[in-house]
Ligand binder design. Structure first.
Ligand code: NDP
Length: 330
C-alpha cells in the first residue's frame, strides 16, 4: 500500500525531492468504516500553498504525513450501511492507494453520464470556482467583454464557456499555440492570445477587445494581469481567483500597479475562495450539469497515469503541461 508524503517544504519551484514515497500497511476497517481504493487524483495549484508553512485559509500539510487532495475512490470493503462495495465516491483523500474512511464528507458519484474524473473538474471544485467567481463577482452582462488568464486550464476553460453562454465576448490568455487553438475551436472563445509569443500584451488585449474589458477573471497574476488591468473599462470587475505566476516566487514583486486603474476606472477588484459559496454548491452543480447535458458546456482533461506520477503531475501544472483539468489515473 503506497503513500506519498511531504518530505520537505519547497523553496521556490518544488521538485521531486520534496516528496517521499512510503510503503504502509493496508488498513483494516472497523464497524461503520469503509476501505477506499484511489482511482483518480486531482492535482491543483493551491496545493503549492499548503506545502509552505505560511498562514493561509487552509492549514499547511504536515511533514511526513500523507498529502491529500480531491480524489475519486472505489469502495472495496464496507462495514457502513450507507456504502456498498463497488460504489464510487468523491472526497478529500490522502495520496495513499488504500485508506479507511468513516464515510463522512464523501459524495457518491456515478460514471454513467460523465467520466468519474469530471467530478474533480467541471463538476467539481474547479467548475464551481469558475461558476461562482464569474457569477458572484464578475457579474457579466450580455454583450460585455470578459478576459480570462490561465484560460486553457481547469478553471479558465469553464469561465470562458460560461461567458459565451451568457452572451459575452470572451478572450483567453494561455501559454502555447495549441492551447490558443483549443480555446477557439473547442471552447468557442472569440479570441485567444499566447502570452509566451506576444511581445506587447497590453496592445494585443486592446486589439482583441475593441470595446475594452468589462470583466477580468484572473488566474495568474503578475505581468499578464498588469497588461489586462490597463484595458479595464469604467466600472469593470476584476475577479482575483489565483496567481499561479507567483506561487513559486521567493520574493513577490510589489508595486502600486493596480491603484491607478482602480481609481481611474472606478473598478472593483475582489479575491475569493470557492469555499465561500459552499451553501450554494448544489445550485452551482445543478447549473453545470444542465449546461453539460444541453451540450453548452464541454471539458478537457489531461490524464497522467499511475500513482507514482502524482507528484510529477503536480509539478507539471507549473510548466503548463496540462490542457483542461490535470488528473492522475491510478
Ligand atoms: P490550471 O488547470 O489552469 O493549471 C495551471 C495552468 O497555469 C498551467 O496549465 C499553465 O498554463 C498556467 N501557468 C503556470 N505557470 C504560469 C505562469 N508563470 N504564468 C502564467 N500562467 C502559468 O489550474 P486550475 O484551473 O486548477 O487553477 C487556476 C488558478 O485558479 C490557479 O491560480 C489556482 O490557484 C486558482 N484557483 C483558485 C480557487 C479559489 O477558490 N480561489 C480554486 C481553484 C483554483 P499556460 O500554458 O497557459 O501557462
Amino acid at each position: 500500500n503506497k503513500s506519498i508524503s511531504l518530505k520537505s517544504r519547497p523553496v521556490g519551484t518544488p521538485t521531486l525531492s520534496n516528496f517521499e514515497f512510503k510503503e504502509v500497511e493496508k488498513p483494516q476497517i472497523k464497524e461503520g468504516e469503509v476501505l477506499l481504493q484511489l482511482k483518480f487524483v486531482s492535482v491543483d495549484p493551491y496545493l503549492r500553498g499548503r506545502m509552505s508553512d505560511a498562514k493561509s485559509y487552509i492549514p499547511p500539510f504536515e511533514l511526513d504525513k500523507a498529502i491529500s487532495s480531491g480524489a475519486i475512490a472505489e469502495v472495496v470493503e464496507s462495514k457502513n450501511d450507507n456504502y456498498k462495495v463497488g460504489d464510487f465516491v468523491s472526497g478529500h483523500l490522502d495520496w495513499q492507494e488504500y485508506q479507511v474512511s468513516e464515510g463522512k464528507n464523501l459524495l457518491k458519484v456515478d460514471g454513467a453520464q460523465v467520466s468519474l474524473s469530471a467530478y474533480l473538474g467541471v463538476l467539481g471544485m474547479t467548475g464551481l470556482t469558475a461558476y461562482f467567481g464569474l457569477s458572484e463577482i464578475g457579474k457579466p452582462k450580455e454583450g460585455e467583454t470578459i478576459v480570462v488568464s490561465g484560460a486553457a486550464g481547469a478553471v479558465g476553460s469553464v469561465v470562458g464557456q460560461i461567458g459565451k453562454i451568457l452572451g459575452c465576448r470572451v478572450i483567453g490568455i494561455a501559454g502555447t499555440d495549441e492551447k490558443v487553438e483549443m480555446l477557439k475551436s473547442k471552447f468557442g472563445f472569440d479570441e485567444a492570445i499566447n502570452y509566451n509569443t506576444t511581445k506587447d500584451m497590453q496592445k494585443a488585449i486592446a486589439e482583441a477587445s475593441p470595446d475594452g474589458v468589462d470583466v477580468y477573471f484572473d488566474n495568474v497574476g503578475g505581468e499578464i494581469s498588469d497588461a489586462v488591468h490597463a484595458n479595464i473599462n469604467r466600472f469593470g470587475r476584476v475577479v482575483v481567483c489565483g496567481a499561479i505566476s507567483m506561487y513559486n516566487a521567493t520574493e513577490v514583486p510589489m508595486g502600486p500597479r493596480v491603484q491607478g486603474f482602480l481609481v481611474k476606472q472606478s473598478a472593483l477588484m475582489q479575491g475569493f475562495i470557492v469555499g465561500n459559496y459552499q451553501e450554494k454548491f448544489p445550485e452551482g452543480m445543478k447549473q453545470l450539469v444542465t449546461w453539460l447535458q444541453e451540450g453548452k458546456l464541454t471539458y478537457e482533461e489531461t490524464r497522467v497515469q499511475g500513482f507514482d506520477n502524482i507528484p510529477n503531475a503536480f509539478l507539471q501544472l507549473f510548466e503548463g503541461k496540462n490542457k483542461g483539468k490535470m488528473i492522475v489515473e491510478i
